[in-house]
Write a protein that binds this ligand. Structure first.
Ligand SMILES: [Zn+2]
Length: 489
């Protein structure tokens, strides 16, 4: 069902296309659509073989247990190095701590690399844990059932890594004429702090992965009622900061309550902060997100999304959109979630101190200092102090929505999924792309596999799986994006 079919297989291809209703009509020409993209004709690539190979690689990677902690990404990195070596692609593995590390490979366009033009394809090898008793199959078995491959990491993020590997291998097998270097990075420790993965890679091996552009996890191709509804490309993300709130009071015997009990002071402070609504703010990315999303959403809410920039109705529109979905609400303001409490040592002792943690997610560019000033004003009590943990987040800028790479992604998406809106997004959670954006990389989040919401929600949950059709389609889609961008013009 894919463009690899030569003319003599056209009949089979057309027959197969009618079966795959969610897959947009495909061209039967050889990749990568030379007339439309201006890319040169390239030697034929056997995509059927590539898909079979990729499925085998993904099954093998699922077999390698990389639950973080402890991660054990090194075994998986060595497996990938072996596959790449067989394809004639050399790679290097660098250990961050024993058993953990990263893999870097590169296809060079020129003898002298130009990092500012290079494209980085990246993903993480580690996965989150499983509750085996809730799975219908072995989560590390690589089991195929009813057209799905089941396994921890099938979507997040081994599926993406393998799709990127497949693109790299396809470029190598076809001796694709490159105009830019293509770098492949398999990192780890993404599901924890990233110290043994992306942070290690950037601090120690920046020269080897430096690129002007990057593709990472973070977006989505949403499948609804058998059709691709929209494509979300992550171009920005919120910045996490933890704030410790401390209340000080007088300790004493529980039998003689005092007015400045720190537990009471802290509770009152947290209630006031929780009742505070931070201002509604649109960024260029969220503005474009709501404009595009309004075309595929339910007409009533779509109308309010379009009214967000109306001078008359904007206030009401802001309220309606934020109230309609907690994720949308989190995309249009700084959010504050109290997540931890700590106080007291004995039931009959009034403690002298009580502490709470606020998990704050700032919109890019907003400052934690100004938000803390606001907290002080609302709480209005000198016995309450605030301390931000600044090591956690840094304000990474958004990636451009006008730049050449984003335009290529849009164009390739329109070719792969005709008439499907391409929507730039800001994720409320943090990804490794923030570290890249801080270094000036135009990084975009993509998960190229068409998935229903139900399947997407299995990420980090029980019975994670990827439909085999979507896996193949995702490889095609990624190949189209990459070749459109890196081809010699
Ligand atoms: Zn992930």
């Amino acid at each position: 069902m894919r463009r690899r079919f030569f003319a003599i297989f056209a009949i089979f291809a057309i027959f197969a296309l009618t079966l795959a209703s969610f897959i947009a009509p495909r061209t039967l020409a050889q990749a990568p659509l030379p007339q439309q993209t201006g890319a040169p004709q390239t030697p034929a690539i056997d995509f059927t073989k590539l898909d079979q190979d990729a499925l085998g690689w993904l099954q093998s990677l699922i077999h390698i247990n990389t639950v973080n902690p402890p991660g054990n990404e090194l075994v998986a990195a060595k497996y990938i190095a072996g596959v790449l070596q067989q394809e004639g692609i050399s790679s290097e593995i660098d250990q961050s701590t024993p058993g953990r590390g990263i893999l870097i490979a590169r296809l060079s366009a020129n003898p002298v690399p130009d990092p500012s033009r290079a494209l980085l394809l990246m993903g993480h090898l580690d996965v989150v844990g499983v509750d085996k008793s809730k799975w219908q199959v072995d989560p590390f078995g690589g089991v195929i059932q009813n057209g799905y491959l089941y396994g921890r990491g099938a979507i997040d993020d081994k599926g993406m890594l393998v799709a990127e590997m497949a693109v790299l291998v396809a470029l190598k097998r076809s001796n694709f004429p490159l105009d830019r270097d293509v770098i492949f990075l398999a990192e780890g420790d993404e599901e924890q702090a990233g110290e043994a993965g992306m942070k290690f890679a950037i601090e120690n091996y920046w020269q080897k992965i430096a690129a002007g552009f990057a593709l990472n996890e973070g977006g989505n191709v949403t499948l609804k009622d058998g059709k691709v509804q929209y494509i979300g490309i992550q171009a920005a993300e919120k910045v996490p900061v933890n704030v410790t709130v401390t209340a000080n009071g007088t300790s004493g015997h529980g039998s003689v309550p005092l007015p400045n009990n720190p537990i009471v002071l802290l509770s009152s402070a947290i209630s006031k902060i929780a009742a505070y609504q931070t201002p509604f703010q649109l960024t260029p990315v969220t503005q474009s997100y709501f404009e595009q999303l309004s075309m595929v959403e339910d007409p009533e809410i779509g109308k309010w999304m379009r009214a967000l920039d109306s001078p008359v109705r904007a206030d009401l529109a802001e309220e309606k959109v934020a109230a309609a979905n907690p994720v949308w609400n989190a995309m249009v303001r700084d959010t504050i979630a109290p997540t931890m409490l700590q106080a007291g040592i004995r039931p009959n002792v009034v403690p002298s101190e009580a502490q709470a943690t606020l998990n704050v997610r700032l919109l890019p560019g907003n400052s934690i200092d100004s938000l803390i000033l606001k907290f002080r004003e609302i709480v209005n009590n000198p016995q309450i102090t605030f301390q931000a943990d600044t090591s956690i987040g840094e304000a990474a800028p958004s990636s451009s929505l006008d730049g050449a790479f984003f335009k290529t992604i849009q164009q390739a998406s329109n070719e792969e999924f005709p008439d499907v809106p391409v929507i730039p997004m800001m994720s409320t959670v943090a990804t490794d792309s923030a570290d890249l954006r801080l270094r000036g990389v135009q990084a975009y989040g993509l998960l190229p596999f068409p998935l229903t919401e139900e399947d997407a929600l299995r990420m980090h949950a029980d019975n994670e799986r990827i439909p085999l059709d979507s896996f193949n389609k995702g490889i095609d889609y990624l190949y189209r994006i990459v070749t459109s961008f890196v081809a010699e013009k």
